[in-house]
Ligand binder design. Structure first.
Ligand code: ADP
Ligand code: MG
Length: 354
């Protein structure tokens, strides 16, 4: 199937309202969204559009997220990624208004796609007859380095390798088993904390890295189905007669897509900006090549960035992808909003064969 392109328009923030920003994005219903400003007038189509009034629950139910969770349980590689400029609502959509303080957890109504998916996954796994094993890994890509957000101690770079059976994979990444909602939410908090801690030292680090949380679903089916040809390797054969399948559900919080001004940024910041631009460009490039009709496709340059290597399977191969484009409705963000909308429209034409 095609990736479901979903658009979320966040409400105007207090700052935007106080500044007197115009609202330039309007939802027309039926997945159409209209952008109108002085010299711009364009309509874009999505499979679903959520505007300022949409609740977190509405986004979960209306984006196809629930189906994605079910596909992961059936052994598919599923990926949801949120993209858009810094401040457009990516993290809010995925996790809700996370941890302003640990003592005051977010209200259940504000929980994001991730917590809702975990709940759904755990409920399903309890109700299914098959025996399921769930584990999670959490990585970030910062300055083209892959780092483990779950392993204790200062972050160290992990190697990204390729093998015939597994495709691209991260060597020595930590994978932690979990059986309850509390356990996985606590892993999520720990990991995003590690991202956030460096934010103070490194100027908005959190939006300067891509974060990927992957839930691995291993099922030992009761009825004998053959495994869907995924790299199960040694663990699989160790179970002997028990046929099994492994699905994944990966949540990607991409770094802000805004163009970083060449001037003024120096040293560390320009390195950051370059690696973000490079990986988002590589992703956009792969997406636009994948959008060509199958017969006309050339080589897809997944190797151009760590991000595209890690997403290779879900983008082009056997995966199912849900993309959530996030934008601000403000006139102030117009050019970034248009670029996000164009990026998302290109991505819509990609088809995969799970
Ligand atoms: P990003 O991750 O894209 O940089 P955030 O998710 O951090 O952006 O959102 C920026 C700000 O806007 C945050 O203060 C967040 O709480 C707020 N926000 C984003 N989306 C919404 C929404 N749908 N409803 C209410 N507030 C939102
Ligand atoms: Mg964010």
């Amino acid at each position: 199937p095609r990736p479901h392109p979903t658009l979320r328009v966040r409400p105007l923030t207090c700052t935007e309202t106080r500044r007197g920003d115009q609202q330039v994005v309007h939802s027309l219903g039926d997945g159409a969204v209209h952008v109108s400003a002085a010299r711009h007038d364009a309509t874009f189509g999505f499979s679903a559009v959520f505007d300022a009034g949409a609740s977190q629950e509405a986004v979960f139910e209306g984006s196809g997220m629930r189906q994605l969770v079910e596909l992961a349980m059936d052994g598919f590689s599923c990926t949801v990624f949120a993209f858009g400029q810094t401040g457009s609502g990516k993290t809010y959509t995925l996790m809700g208004p996370l941890g302003q303080s640990e003592t005051q957890p977010a209200s259940p109504a504000l929980l994001g796609l991730m917590q809702r998916s975990f709940t759904c996954l755990l409920e399903q796994s309890r109700s299914r007859a098959s025996d399921l094993a769930l584990s999670a890994s959490y990585l970030e890509i910062y300055n083209e380095q892959v780092r483990d957000l779950l392993s204790p101690g200062p972050p160290c770079a992990l190697s990204l390798r390729w093998s015939k059976t597994r495709g691209f994979y991260v060597e020595n990444q930590l994978s932690v088993e979990f059986e309850s909602l509390e356990a996985i939410v606590s892993l999520l908090l720990q990991g995003s904390q590690r991202r956030r801690t460096s934010a103070h030292a490194l100027n908005r680090h959190s939006s300067r890295s891509h974060a990927l949380l992957t839930v691995h679903v291993r099922s030992r089916a009761v009825s004998a189905h053959p495994a869907p040809g995924q790299g199960w390797g040694a663990q699989g054969s160790a179970r002997g007669a028990c046929p099994s399948k492994q699905g994944t559900l990966c949540f990607v919080d991409l770094a802000g897509s805004e163009r970083v001004k060449e001037t003024g940024s120096s040293g560390e910041l320009s390195v950051e900006a370059n690696s973000i631009n490079r990986s988002l460009l590589a992703l956009g490039h792969c997406i636009s090549l994948l959008a060509k009709p199958r017969g006309k496709r050339t080589h897809i340059p997944y190797r151009d960035s760590k991000l595209t290597r890690l997403l290779a399977r879900s983008l082009g191969g056997s995966g199912v992808t849900l993309m959530v484009a996030c934008i601000s409705p403000s006139s102030h963000c117009l050019s970034e909003t248009l670029s996000t909308l164009h990026y998302a429209s290109r991505a819509q034409r990609v088809t995969t064969k799970p």
